[in-house]
Design a protein around this ligand. Structure first.
Ligand SMILES: *Cc1c(COP(=O)(O)O)cnc(C)c1O
Length: 460
């Protein structure tokens, strides 16, 4: 057994030079995205007005197994990568578990999350193709921040539609994005047709990711030389995020380790998909059989209680339809939900792997339990985790405690996707015992399912 350091960083030579496209090894592909007007699979020409060309190609490419990471992107990755693989010795000791706990920490950059990995790639291709600017949406604010950083680096104007609830609750997030030069608009806004329609229907709405996506797309397609970019869910984003898993796998190999259990939090599925990618390849090729767990909030339970069905990716129904686990594009999680991961759907790749049993388990956890885990973790590991990431911490702790009961020395790997410095209102609510748990009723969820589009032969 090798002597395992607290933090392992790969060297320049050990860093991945290619992303890994999981679809190339999947026996069955996710169902294709559909054009909502014709119900026919989307072709690349239909994606060109929304995404820049290279990203449209990546979105539809299920064959190319490894994709070279352009040198300009690797240069920017070097500013904050490799991210460390950390052995949680202190947490293991605190829990008294025989399990070995490792986590991959993606919070070491200003955006405070893994989202920068894809933001850089998307901004790079847009710049290379001569775009004049980008639009996007942001919920909690990490994606907007990451993309602002990337656009500042490549000198591209950026407009961010920020969900109104967070725009008001997190003024410093807005200031960070403005520091990097982005224009930030609260969504729904009166600057787009879809925003005006949503406001006319419900003037007091605090917005949702689905609304903000619709506004960002409308702005992009109606502005010359602009394209829209999205921070999760899409196949291209999972491709870029495979860097997390590739680095983790190399680091574990250097330690003569292989995880028995791999845990990721799941909002739109991008960090989870990226973390598990090379390990899932082993499973698909019959080389290893790690146990995968996706963790989601009990208040937005798309995998544990959603339908595997075609749905829109946004509230305004302007996006192509994707087959995924979904709560319905109109679903808005309860306002008391503080922990992020509030998107109604799930990456089609992650959904397909779960549907077919390769992704072993989805687990929903309540936010007070999540903040309890976050607080314990911060005190022993000295990192203040994002609420989103803390969903994975919760389940890693639960699995380590199971090992304590059984005496098994399992190796656990989880993704620590980011830091929580902008979430102190939620932490304060937890410490002051004001945080409550909300679990939607079956009737609440049924309203979302009733609004699912009808695509013959593809609903379950
Ligand atoms: C956005 C975000 C997530 C969830 O997004 P995924 O696409 O599911 O990975 C998780 N953790 C942090 C810190 C985030 O910013």
């Amino acid at each position: 057994m090798k002597n395992v350091p607290y933090r392992l960083y790969l060297t320049e030579e050990q860093m991945p030079k290619q992303w890994y496209n999981l679809r190339a090894d999947m026996k069955e592909q996710p169902d294709p995205m559909l054009n909502p007007a014709t119900l026919k699979p989307i072709c690349k020409e239909e994606l060109y007005p929304i995404f820049c060309r290279e990203l449209a190609h990546q979105e539809l490419d299920a064959e190319t197994r490894y994709v070279d990471i352009p040198e300009e992107i690797r240069q920017m990755y070097r500013v904050y990568r490799p991210s460390p693989l950390i052995r949680a010795y202190n947490l293991e000791k605190e829990l008294g578990t025989p399990a070995k706990i490792y986590y991959k920490f993606e919070g070491n950059n200003t955006s405070g999350s893994h989202k920068l990995n894809s933001a850089i790639a998307q901004a790079y291709y847009a710049k290379k193709e001569g775009m004049k600017g980008l639009t996007t949406e942001t919920g909690a604010g990490q994606w907007g921040t990451a993309l602002s950083e990337a656009c500042a680096y490549f000198n591209l104007p950026l407009t961010v539609f920020m969900v109104k609830a967070s725009y008001e609750q997190k003024p410093y997030r807005k200031a960070v994005m403005q520091t990097f030069g982005a224009e930030v608009i609260a969504s729904p806004s009166n600057q787009t047709q879809v925003g005006r329609a949503i406001l006319a229907n419900d003037p007091n709405t605090t917005g949702s990711l689905g609304c903000a996506i619709s506004e960002a797309i409308e702005r992009a397609v109606s502005s010359d030389g602009y394209r829209y970019v999205l921070g999760s869910v899409l196949n291209q984003v999972l491709l870029h995020q495979s860097i997390i898993g590739l680095e983790s796998k190399t680091a574990m190999e250097l330690l003569d380790e292989y995880p028995d259990i791999i845990i990721g939090c799941a909002g739109g599925g991008s960090n989870l998909g990226g973390l598990i990618a090379p390990f899932m390849q082993d499973k698909l090729l019959g080389k290893a059989n790690p146990y995968f767990i996706a963790v989601e909030p009990a208040s937005c339970p798309s995998m544990t209680r959603g339908r595997y069905a075609y749905d829109y990716c946004d509230t305004g129904k302007v996006t192509p339809m994707a087959r995924m686990y979904t709560l319905g594009s109109g679903f808005i999680p309860s306002a008391n939900h503080a922990g992020g991961l509030r998107y109604h759907g799930m990456s089609p790749i992650v959904s397909k792997l779960y549907h077919d049993g390769y992704l072993d388990e989805a687990r929903a956890v309540e936010q007070t339990k999540v903040f309890e885990a976050a607080t314990l973790f911060s005190r022993v590991e000295t990192i203040l985790p994002a609420p989103e990431s803390s969903h994975a911490i919760r389940v890693a702790i639960d699995e380590a405690l199971k090992c304590k009961e059984t005496g098994e020395q399992k190796t656990i790997l989880f993704g620590l996707t980011g830091t929580g410095y902008f979430d102190m209102t939620a932490y304060a609510a937890y410490h002051e015992h004001r945080m409550t748990d909300y679990i939607p009723t079956d009737e609440d969820l049924q309203r979302g399912f009733d609004a699912l589009p009808n695509v013959p032969g593809a609903q379950e």
